[in-house]
Design a protein around this ligand. Structure first.
Ligand code: SAH
Length: 507
């Protein structure tokens, strides 16, 4: 008999991928099949195994991609075949999520299931708008209510009289289309017309938008602002606290969209820093890190590491690839025991540290010129130096070292290859003028992006470019583009700081 499958009914949280629980992520990582709804952030799906089957079962507010019975049957079929299934739902499965129904069918068929609670939008979305659902002296109770009830029903399942006067904070989900009906029911049942109210759309996402109004004006204001679902409607005095507690929408880069062109494997650090400041990020990797055409020179160097007085690394990628190759030959950090090690830039030094090597020299600034200056006093004429780096790079460093009488082996440990994932998405965003700046963290990201855009590169003309340092800036200028932002410190942090300063003054 096949192993028994299992269904994990996982609440995926309200949108911000960081709001998935640790347990949810663990279960997701174990699943053979992921069955998911519309409101789950695509990055959450990235935590599933690469080979996991992903099945979208939809549910926008009006058209259902798959009927509820079919979803239930699908889950039962998969579990019956012995699959581990992650059923991902927006928010929490039990808050208007039909998690109960799906589990009842599994129960009926004797199939095992587990619930993994999620952070419900009912509380988290107001929270991201700076509205606490309870607050001492202001609200001692809250209710979460469906706004989806058919207004033509003669007998309402909702106790409007009780809600209007008996509960302090009212939180309506799926209520945008019925807003007029909801406000009327509350007013006619005694809730004052000037009760503060708010509508929060796409809460916890970089696109979050909040409209503050009153119960009496809510319908007209929302019509005027043309706010569409998904949104949460909050009624109660707690809405007033937003004036002081708003924290998400006041972040320095909130509402701005940035393009990150780094290689996919490296993009996350920059993306995370920008998102932490409230920005929306569009990742368009312009390069991909690949093996060098020929491992011969590196292998040769690896078998003669003792001959080198110094090994110089110029990038975190170089370090990663160097050690990967070293390991594949059955060696480890001890192979470098007799060499001194230099790293250009703090990120390179940190990567070395992760492999157990503390760099002997990390020049205070991040350009090849500075490394030459720092290195030369520590060398003797005739010293042998290994420079492990990208296949195509500037020759400033080896030339200067050779001129000073050193023997330098320049060995490619990786190469960057042009890439342009998400190009169509980028073009669309550029045409829609929905990009606030494009970031470049190396010359190769500039040249490769321009190459792949071809004639469409004109779309970049009016868009601020933010670059990591003067070398990358020069590459932009050579291509006819003037960067608006150049970092003073040539690191990811330096770049984000410079971007923030630029947008603070251009506000
Ligand atoms: N189970 C979910 C709710 C599903 S009902 C939960 O616990 O959050 C879907 C409704 O939730 C939407 O119509 C909207 O009213 C609300 N909603 C979910 N995510 C939202 C978000 N990020 N921003 C605003 N409203 C959201």
């Amino acid at each position: 008999m096949a192993a028994k499958g299992k269904v994990y009914l996982i609440g995926a949280g309200p949108g911000d991928p960081g709001l998935l629980t640790l347990k949810g992520r663990d279960c997701l990582a174990r699943a053979d099949v992921v069955v998911y709804d519309r409101l789950a952030d695509p990055r959450i799906l990235g935590w599933a195994r690469d080979d996991a089957v992903r099945i979208y079962v939809g549910k926008a507010s009006c058209h259902h991609t798959m009927k509820q019975e079919d979803i239930c049957r699908l889950l039962a079929d998969l579990a019956g075949k012995g699959k581990i299934v992650a059923r991902l739902k927006g928010g929490d499965s039990f808050v208007f999520g039909r998690g109960g129904e799906e589990a009842l069918l599994l129960k009926e068929k004797g199939l095992p299931f587990e619930f993994v609670p999620g952070i419900t939008s009912a509380i988290a979305v107001p929270e991201y708008a700076g509205i606490p659902v309870t607050h001492r002296k202001v609200a001692a109770s809250f209710a979460v209510i469906t706004g989806h009830e058919d207004p033509t029903r003669t007998h309402s399942g909702i106790n409007w009289a009780g809600l209007a006067t008996g509960v302090d904070t009212l939180i309506f989900l799926m209520g945008v289309e019925n807003l007029r009906h909801i406000a009327e029911r509350l007013l006619e049942n005694g809730r004052p017309v000037d009760t503060p109210a708010a509508l929060v759309r796409w809460g916890t996402h970089p696109e979050q938008r909040t409209l503050v109004t009153t119960l009496g004006r809510a319908y007209d204001d929302v019509q005027k602002a043309q706010l569409k679902p998904p949104a949460i409607f909050i009624v109660g005095d707690v809405v007033n606290l937003r004036e002081q507690l708003s924290w998400f929408e006041t972040k320095p880069l909130f509402g701005k969209t940035f393009v990150v062109t780094r290689a996919r494997a490296q993009a996350s650090a920059l993306t995370a820093r920008l998102e932490a400041e409230g920005a929306k990020v569009l990742e368009v990797p312009a390069i991909r890190i690949a093996d060098p055409e020929d491992f011969g020179p590196l292998d040769m160097a690896l078998s003669h590491l003792r001959d080198y007085a110094w090994i110089v690394f110029t990038s975190a990628n170089g370090v990663d690839r160097f050690f990967e190759r070293l390991r594949s030959r059955g060696l480890d950090a001890r192979a470098l025991a007799s060499c001194r090690v230099a790293a250009i830039g703090s990120a390179t030094a940190e990567t070395l540290d992760a492999f157990g090597i503390r760099a002997d020299l990390v020049p205070p600034s991040f350009k090849a010129e500075n490394l030459t200056e720092a290195l030369l006093p520590r060398l003797r004429r005739g010293d042998k130096i290994l420079l492990a780096r990208a296949a195509v790079a500037r020759n400033v460093l080896p030339d200067a070292l050779r001129a000073a009488g050193m023997i330098v082996d320049v060995v490619p440990v990786y190469r960057t290859v042009a890439d342009c994932e998400n190009k169509e998405e980028l073009l669309q965003a550029l045409r829609d003028k929905a990009v606030d700046a494009v970031t470049f963290t190396s010359s190769s990201t500039v040249t490769n992006l321009l190459d792949s855009l071809g004639d469409d590169k004109d779309l970049l003309a009016d868009i601020p470019l933010a670059v990591i340092g003067p070398v990358t800036a020069k590459t932009c200028v050579a291509a006819g583009l003037q960067p608006a932002v150049t970092a003073d410190t040539y690191t990811i942090d330096g770049l984000v700081t410079a971007i923030q300063a630029y947008f603070a003054t251009s506000r």
